[in-house]
Ligand binder design. Sequence first.
Ligand code: ZN
Length: 254
Amino acid sequence: MLHGTVQGLPPYSGVIAASTPGGRPVNWAATGRLGGVSGPPYESLNLASHVGDDEDAVAANRDILTGLVGATGVAVTGSVHGADIALASGPGEIHGIDAVITQTPGLAVAALAADCLVLGLVGDDEGTVAAVHCGWRGLVADVTGSAVAALRALGVGVQHVVLGPSVCGHCYPVPGERADDVRLSCSAAVADAALLTCRDGQPGIDVRRGVLARLAELGVASVTSVDACTAEQPDFFSHRRDGVTGRQGIVLVR
Ligand SMILES: [Zn+2]
């Protein structure tokens, strides 16, 4: 299913073949810090408009992104750590949502983060793709389940899911109450997968492992996971590590 990479965005990118004869393949990429025009502390491929970076630089970086995956424009989540979803038919940032779906050919969708998990969903039809932002609050709010349900409500199954980079559970210690929120809100399988004990004895949340368990519950079996920890790898933006910083993203286009 995965063959080749998108030129210029190595190594976390790929092409997902269409599930139907004559259908359009999906280009996806999970970006990092490299390849953009922003200056410190947003150097260089910052995709977020809300972190204090120069607006023109962000716009140029988004143009770089759409060019790299061969899109005509990109619809971006303006995330609020909830589970609301928008259906986009044109480019721009949509505030107040954590998942964006499009069925418009050539329009990319993107979700941004700097430690939270970003996911790309590929529909099993001719044209649906979605991008999702999910941190610990998204795990509690079940934004993953909401996004899969939104596709299914459109009559579209999930062919494949790509998980971008995120902070790992050992780099994400949390207060006990936050771990309790996960335990109370999520299924036992999701909570067991997401919760761990960090090396210092504090509880930790591994959102990637929680989302993988949630996808299994939802019957989504075909998953690509970029197993990179944003806090450990300097080529990614990490809010936990750097404080004021940029945002990377996952982007998909069909
Ligand atoms: Zn880590």
